[in-house]
Design a protein around this ligand. Structure first.
Ligand SMILES: Nc1ncnc2c1ncn2[C@@H]1O[C@H](COP(=O)(O)OP(=O)(O)OP(=O)(O)O)[C@@H](O)[C@H]1O
Length: 260
C-alpha cells in the first residue's frame, strides 16, 4: 500500500534520511523502531508532506505522493496522529472531532461516525469537555478518533503512548479511593496509566484487525510493539537497517539497534 524507495531528506545541510526503504503492506501493522534521533518522526513528516524531501520515491497505492500537499495526502486516505497529538485545548471534544469532519464532508461524511465512539466510549461521555481538560490518555484517544473521522485507509501514529502518565486527577483520585476505603465507602475506580495504554493498544488493534485500516506507527516500547504490530522496520542514523515479520525481531537485533 505504501512503498518508499531511496528516500533522502535534509534539514538545511544536514543529511537526515539516507536512501531509505519502507514497505507497508495493505492490511498490515508496521512498527517503525529505532533509538532517539534516528529519524522516525522525520520519515512520518515526509510521508505526510509536512517537510520537503530531496530525492526518492513515495508511492501510496501506486500514486506518487511527491507533488501532493498534505491535505491532498489526507484526502487520498492517509490519517496522521502526530507526536504531541495537537488537539485544540480550548475546543470541546465534539468541536475537535468536527475539525476532522470539515475535510470529510467532501467525501460525503457529514457526521462523526458512530464507530469512533464504540472504539473510544470515553469520547462520547466527554463530548462537551474541553480538549485541554482531558488526561493525556484521553487526549490520545481524541487525536486518534479525529484522524478516523476521515475514514483513512492508512493510519499513521507517532508514539501513541508517549506522555500517558498517571495524571494529577488520577493521583487525587487514588487519595480519595484510599480515604473512602478507610471509611468503608466504595469509589468508582480511577484508571491508571497502564490501563489507558492498554486501551490505546487495544483500540489500534481493533482499527487494524477489525476495521481493516492499515497502520504505520512509531513505538519505542518493545512489548507494546510486539503486541500490536505484525511487521517492524528499524532505522539507524537515518537508514533502514532491518525489517521483517515481528517474529524475526530477535535479541541480536534488539541489542544492536534498540537497547540504550
Ligand atoms: N526541524 C529540524 N531541524 C533540524 N534538525 C532536525 C529537525 N527536526 C529533527 N532534526 C534532527 O533530525 C534527526 C532526526 O530527528 P527525528 O525527530 O526524526 O528522530 P526520531 O527518531 O523521531 O527521535 P525521537 O525518538 O527522539 O522522537 C535528529 O538528529 C534531530 O535532531
Amino acid at each position: 500500500m505504501l512503498n518508499i524507495n531511496s528516500l533522502n531528506q535534509y534539514y538545511r545541510e544536514s543529511h537526515t534520511l539516507w536512501d531509505l526503504q519502507l514497505s507497508v503492506p495493505e492490511g498490515g501493522c508496521v512498527c517503525l523502531m529505532g533509538r532517539n534521533g534516528v529519524g522516525k518522526t522525520t520519515l512520518l513528516k515526509c510521508i505526510m508532506g509536512l517537510i520537503p524531501v530531496r530525492s526518492g520515491e513515495m508511492l501510496f497505492d501506486g500514486v506518487d505522493l511527491a507533488p501532493l500537499k498534505s491535505e491532498q495526502r489526507a484526502e487520498l486516505g492517509i490519517g496522521f496522529v502526530p507526536q504531541g497529538r495537537e488537539i485544540f485545548p480550548l475546543l470541546t471534544v465534539e468541536e475537535n472531532l468536527k475539525i476532522g469532519l470539515r475535510a470529510a464532508r467532501r467525501h460525503g461524511i457529514k457526521k462523526v461516525p458512530e464507530h469512533i465512539f464504540e472504539i473510544f466510549p470515553v469520547l462520547k461521555q466527554m463530548l462537551g469537555r474541553r480538549g485541554g481538560d482531558l488526561s493525556g490518555g484521553q487526549q490520545q484517544q481524541l487525536a486518534i478518533g479525529r484522524a478516523l473521522v476521515l475514514n483513512p485507509r492508512l493510519l499513521i501514529l507517532d508514539e501513541p503512548t508517549e506522555g500517558i502518565q498517571p495524571n494529577i486527577v488520577s493521583e487525587i483520585g487514588d487519595v480519595i479511593i484510599r480515604l473512602n476505603k478507610a471509611k468503608g465507602i466504595k469509589t468508582p475506580l480511577v484508571k491508571e496509566a497502564a490501563e489507558v495504554k492498554n486501551e490505546v493498544r487495544e483500540a489500534i488493534k481493533i482499527i487494524n484487525r477489525e476495521m481493516g485500516v492499515t497502520v504505520l506507527l512509531v513505538e519505542q516500547k518493545l512489548p507494546f510493539a510486539r503486541k500490536v504490530a505484525d511487521r517492524f522496520c528499524i532505522l539507524e542514523r537515518g537508514r533502514s537497517v532491518a525489517s521483517g515479520g515481528m517474529d524475526e525481531l530477535d535479541e541480536t537485533k534488539v541489542k544492536r539497534y534498540l537497547t540504550v
